[in-house]
Write a protein that binds this ligand. Sequence first.
Ligand code: ATP
Length: 302
Amino acid sequence: MDHIIETNNLSKKYGKQFALKDASISIPKGSIYGLVGRNGAGKTTFMRLITGIQKPTEGDYKIFGTDCHDKAITRQRKRVGALIEKPGIFADLTAYSNIKTQYINLGLPSYEGIDELLELVGLADTGKKLAGMFSLGMKQRLGIAIALAGSPDLLVLDEPINGLDPEGIVNIREMLLKINKERGTTILISSHILGELEHLATDYAFIEKGRIVQQISAEEMKRKCRKSTLIKVTKPEIFCRILDDMEIEYQVTGEDELTVFGDFILSDVVIAAAKDGADIVSSTVNDENLESYFLDIIGGCE
Ligand code: ATP
């Protein structure tokens, strides 16, 4: 099984309004899958459906290859840990006791592993401090530790970075990378800021007004967002030689057309080419960054 979650035209209606419409996505095993969309786009609704908190109005889904209508889905759900909306934390308990409560809820046979979880989320030295006294970042990390009780194969996190300061963002990001790498946990994480998931997500789905508008791998997106200059030329073979000599990366993308990657001094290339009787007819720079890419994708949905 290559995909942990597969949804098929998943839809949810509240009254007459669709909060989610025909969402069909596949979450690869081992990925960190970023669900990106503005406030109210339908991210939480999607997460509520696949974790069984709510039932879809239409469509269906599979978790670990098991259909949502299959009886075995109950067993598969135990392999999913989730932190959706606010973490369910008891303010008058310590971090250890909060996690222990979840162990009891899940009927786990031993409390071994709680200390390891505290270590993993960076709360090992909180001792007798009550969770109510924790900072927002600490509460988020405790919420993630609670979701990790029972070592789930899939971790679902709804905006875990929201409201954190830059240091808190880095802490959570590093922690999630560690969980993904060391435990092999697949992570579905939502955010309304694409940049927050940069350096973290391996795959993305963009959601707007309840619709999935694009699924793309991080690799593909980086390629699309990389600065490049499209040049139309008169003698492409001469330009290829000059760019090779200057050690500038490029690709031949048309009969009289080259795409040059990264920063380079165009005038140097023009001068060198002119000596061999070659000219640039036109040049167009593509300098899309992650945020403008995001806005381009969802902008059409206004
Ligand atoms: P946010 O980050 O602001 O929570 P989101 O992308 O998670 O945004 P959802 O919470 O899934 O979005 O909401 C999608 C739409 O469904 C919104 O228009 C929201 O107002 C509506 N909605 C969500 N839950 C309910 C509910 N229980 N009853 C009625 N409408 C709802």
